[in-house]
Design a protein around this ligand. Structure first.
Ligand SMILES: *Cc1c(COP(=O)(O)O)cnc(C)c1O
Ligand SMILES: [Zn+2]
Length: 504
């Protein structure tokens, strides 16, 4: 639909204006810093930052119902810059000109309802939101679209070239960084640091294919992160980890989409997310808070953060019920199938502490919960979901296991509807499915297969056949007929198929 075809009262709002006064807000000393240069931590006290719009109140001049119509009508616009996360431009980056926005197809991922069987198994209705359907097959594309659009606006606005963007990664951040960086080459080059043998082959192939410089480091993600921090303190590089608050802004789109998909009615909704470096849960909480403050939603949904008991520092922190007694202690992680969340010292922990408090205050009740789950249940729930039409990754399985756990612990009532995050595509983590099906998980995972969930291909090669086809050597005539007949018989036998009777 073309802009002049839209209703009169919507047309002035269709294309966002360039406005907003964003500053970095320090969560330690409370000081604000200008966004003219990229900051990752407070120059004064070295705490992490959040981006805040000093001019946010202007957004309240538009009523909630009018915002609903603006976002709903924007769905019909054919302007690439507004087709992804920047449909919510006013909330994600109102100072970024549309020409600088990098759109590679991210955002607006589908919500898929659990069928009756799966909902029954999980104790109530829920949806998977399939963030594995983003361009690099994980939710990280949301934050990268934001960080690289901003970087692009700096590059284009200031005539800078030769920016080197770096990140440490458990696999998906580097895939997304390399993808978005490659779109902006030669102005932006990307280098990624990965923990050696701690990302899946698919995740390793992604930055290699995008042409990034890829470095593998001994240790786990937390070690890579320290190296990247040292690099960003001593050299001129742009850091693309979620320490970079622009990543958080983009990831807030996940919440805006959920709001829009439920017609802005979040009554009795529960949003379940896995926690690794805690950037995602930060963004999800902050996104809902912003829509709530602008009057776009009138109720904050319940949030449940999930961790594996092999990497559970956030869960441990909040398991102390008295906020005054809480003390953050990093943990040494153990191997986890939720590998992208295998983080013992989450960078965004101060943001989570800050926002959990704010979220509960605004909700006027406890509305943020944390659970931990076992490795076995992560795999069992992932495989169960995928046997019922889903494409959940292991972190999606972790969320589903967390939902079941939260229901068991009375955090969720009957009748509440959950939206759970499949943060990546199942195929990125198919190696864990192989280990499960082959019963070959190393001991440290503590996972043994449930026979009902195991699957394996059956090789059909009838022993009585002399000749079978091979590439370049097809069968013909009687040999081909016999081959087809015997193979059909063996498959029919394996599947207990009934023969079609005469006259049927
Ligand atoms: C990064 C990642 C997570 C963890 O998200 P955080 O923002 O680090 O908490 C979970 N799942 C997948 C697939 C990821 O790539
Ligand atoms: Zn500070």
């Amino acid at each position: 639909m073309k802009p002049h075809d839209f209703p009169d009262d919507i047309r002035p709002f269709l294309l966002p204006k360039i406005e907003g006064k964003f500053t970095y807000q320090c969560l330690g000393c409370g000081r604000r810093h200008g966004i003219g240069e990229l900051l990752y931590t407070c120059p004064d006290c070295h705490q992490v930052l959040l981006l805040e719009d000093q001019d946010f109140d202007r957004l309240k001049n538009i009523s909630g119902p009018l915002w609903h119509r603006i976002f709903d009508y924007r769905k019909m616009l054919n302007i690439p810059a507004l087709q992804g996360i920047y449909r919510y431009h006013e909330f994600i980056g109102p100072m970024i000109p549309l020409d600088d926005i990098v759109y590679l197809g991210e955002g607006h991922t589908p919500m898929v309802a659990a069928n009756a069987f799966l909902a029954g198994e999980a104790g109530g209705p829920f949806y998977f939101k399939n963030d594995g359907q983003n361009p690099s097959a994980s939710f990280k594309d949301r934050g990268m679209a934001s960080a690289l659009s901003y970087l692009n606006s700096l590059v284009r606005g200031n005539g800078i070239s030769d920016v080197l963007a770096v990140c440490a990664s458990t696999g998906d951040t580097s895939a997304a960084a390399a993808l978005y960086g490659s779109y902006l080459q030669p102005h932006i080059k990307t280098a990624v640091l990965l923990p050696h043998k701690k990302v899946t082959p698919q995740q390793l192939s992604q930055p290699l294919g995008s042409g990034a410089a890829v470095f593998e480091i001994p240790g786990v993600f937390d070690d890579c992160m320290k190296v990247v921090e040292a690099l960003s303190e001593q050299y001129r590089v742009a850091l693309l980890n979620s320490k970079n608050a622009w990543r958080i802004l983009g990831q807030e789109s996940y919440s805006y989409e959920i709001a829009q998909d439920f017609e802005y009615d979040l009554h009795r909704k529960v949003v379940v997310v896995p926690i690794g470096n805690a950037g995602n849960i930060t963004a999800v909480m902050n996104g809902f808070i912003k829509f709530f403050n602008a009057g776009i939603i009138t109720e904050l949904p319940k949030i449940v953060g999930v961790q594996s008991n092999h990497a559970n520092p956030v869960y441990r922190y909040f398991s102390e019920s008295d906020p005054d007694k809480r003390k953050f202690v990093p943990v040494n992680v153990k191997s986890s199938v939720a590998q992208a969340a295998m983080i013992g010292n989450p960078v965004s922990m101060p943001r989570v502490i800050h926002l959990e408090n704010r979220y509960n205050d605004l909700s006027e009740k406890q509305n943020v919960f944390f659970v931990e789950v076992e490795e076995q249940s992560i795999m069992d729930w992932q495989l169960t979901a995928n046997r019922n039409g889903h494409i959940a990754c292991t972190h999606g399985g972790e969320c589903l296991a967390g939902l079941v756990q939260a229901r068991r612990r009375g955090m969720i009532d009957k009748g509440e509807v959950a939206i759970i995050d499949s943060t990546a595509h199942a195929l990125k983590f198919s190696g864990f499915q192989d280990l499960y099906f082959e019963n070959s998980f190393p001991d440290e995972f503590n996972i043994s297969p449930n026979d009902d969930l195991v699957n394996a291909p059956v090789f059909v090669r009838p022993a009585d056949l002399e000749k079978v086809p091979s590439p370049g050597n097809p069968l013909e005539g009687g040999d081909l007929k016999r081959f087809i007949q015997r193979v059909s018989e063996e498959i029919a036998q394996a599947l207990s198929l009934k023969k079609i009777g005469r006259g049927e």
